[in-house]
Ligand binder design. Structure first.
Ligand code: GLU
Length: 440
């Protein structure tokens, strides 16, 4: 890794074209620029590259701004290229005056005029902070078009003028922009702009190593938000797409990332997007949330005001989810319904394997008695009340009907957990209902 001296006043920028919703690749580019700037006490700029009037849409710009705000990636300044026409014009005029650009026919048939760059046709080498020396023979590029007219600069000119005018010191962007760099450096030299440092970050790949796209599932920030991922988890996950701290540590807050992030540890090879890892990271961040916050989410999603119940079921839910939308799935599959209403089932379901209804009724009646003075504070405190009895009579024979009487489901958390959440009255009431059913 070449040892590069970094200028004191670091300025980075995230320069999305608002032609689509903010996606994984954009978010990661924004994050790396943000982290690098903040790590050095520098400035992070958002620049909306909306010169393509047909494809740029306000709703996409709004989506980008909202996405960055949701992720807490605050920028110090925002610009829109569509509002900077005069600045590009000034540079175009100077270039035309100095002869580094000239007006020419657009097509050989003489239709329309454009402004072309006068290519000095040399060799260009730059030291990429991640990839090392990269060279291009610019003669192959010809006299490329930099503006349609004085009012309509094209991509490369606008980027270079802006990076110069905004004092951008480090250009951190996707590897797919490497091929743009020689054209941009030629323009830089023509307008006497200082050369920024470049860091081209690796592509994001799907698990099958193809380029990540829509067909691999969610890619836009909105989809992750809608699925109930935490923004801090997404940030943590995105940071590890191409970067690692060089230690075993994998769970980071944004401020920890600001302290630890550096471009030296960004890899050259593609970064594989692994959803299982995102789920794991999200779970770790969920566990770090204060229980009060989690309870707010749970009561919102389950649309219940019963704060006592919510407090009790939240830890149980937390054990079973990767992200908040999993709570909706649990609810839709009836996995939580029995906490809110008494279960419906037919009496045979209460009978464990080779047991019979008469024996099962006897066990249930006995449990009603044993639970009378039991401690329902937690699953652990409740267990001793019937544990010896269950061991003596056969665990399945006793615990299955208990669980089924409480949940009415073949699969559910263990009966002590459910009973401690339902409380003594409700547990004994459900057992009485089961006993009645078995007596019928
Ligand atoms: N506007 C370009 C894009 O969205 C990025 C330009 C740059 O980073 O230099 O791909």
């Amino acid at each position: 890794m070449p040892n590069i001296l970094t200028p004191k006043n670091i300025v980075t920028r995230f320069a999305p074209s608002p032609t689509g919703f903010l996606h994984v690749g954009g978010m990661r580019t924004a994050l790396f620029n943000y982290l690098f700037a903040k790590a050095h006490g520098g400035k992070f700029i958002l620049r909306i590259e909306d010169t393509d009037k047909e494809r740029s849409k306000k709703e996409y710009e709004e989506d980008i701004v909202a996405g960055l705000s949701w992720l807490s990636l605050s920028y110090d300044e925002i610009y829109r290229q569509s509002e900077r026409g005069e600045i590009y014009k000034k540079h175009l005029q100077a270039m035309l005056y100095k002869g580094s650009a000239y007006e020419a026919e657009e097509n050989s048939d003489g239709t329309g005029k454009v402004i072309r760059f006068k290519n000095p046709n040399g060799k260009i080498t730059f030291k990429d902070m991640i990839r090392g020396d990269i060279s291009f023979d610019t003669a192959e590029l010809g006299d490329f078009v930099i503006a349609k007219d004085m009012q309509t600069p094209l991509f490369h000119l606008a980027v270079v003028v802006d990076d110069f005018e905004m004092g951008v010191t480090h250009i951190i962007r996707g590897e797919d922009h490497i091929s743009n760099t020689p054209r941009q450096m030629l323009i830089q030299r023509a307008i006497s702009a200082p050369e920024p440092l470049y860091a081209h970050i690796p592509l994001i790949l799907a698990p099958d190593k193809s380029k990540l796209s829509k067909r691999h599932g969610a890619v836009s920030v909105n989809e992750y938000k809608a699925e109930g991922y935490l923004p801090e988890a997404l940030i943590n996950f995105l940071a590890l797409l191409g970067w690692n701290p060089g230690t075993e540590k994998e769970i980071f807050t944004l401020s920890e990332l600001i302290k630890e992030f550096n471009l030296e540890k960004v890899q050259k090879g593609g970064a594989v997007f692994d959803r299982t890892k995102l789920d794991w990271i999200n779970r770790e961040h969920l566990r770090k949330l204060p229980s009060k916050d989690l309870e707010i989410f749970v009561s919102d999603i389950l649309k219940t005001q019963d704060s006592v119940l919510v407090k009790k079921i939240t830890p149980l839910i937390l054990e079973r989810i990767n992200k908040f939308s999993d709570i909706n799935t649990m609810a839709a599959e009836g996995e939580l319904a029995y906490f809110f209403e008494r279960p419906q089932y037919s009496s045979e379901k209460l009978v464990w394997k080779k047991s019979d209804s008469k024996t099962t009724k006897r066990h249930i009646d006995r449990m009603i008695e044993l639970f009378q003075n039991a401690d329902f504070t937690s699953a652990e405190s409740l267990k001793p009340a019937i544990w010896d009895y269950a061991e003596g009579e056969g665990r399945g024979d006793v615990l299955w009907p208990l669980r089924f009487a409480l949940s009415g489901r073949d699969k559910s958390p263990d009966p002590f957990t459910i009973a401690s959440i339902l409380g003594k009255e409700e547990t004994r009431e459900r057992l009485r209902a089961a006993s009645v059913k078995l007596g019928e």
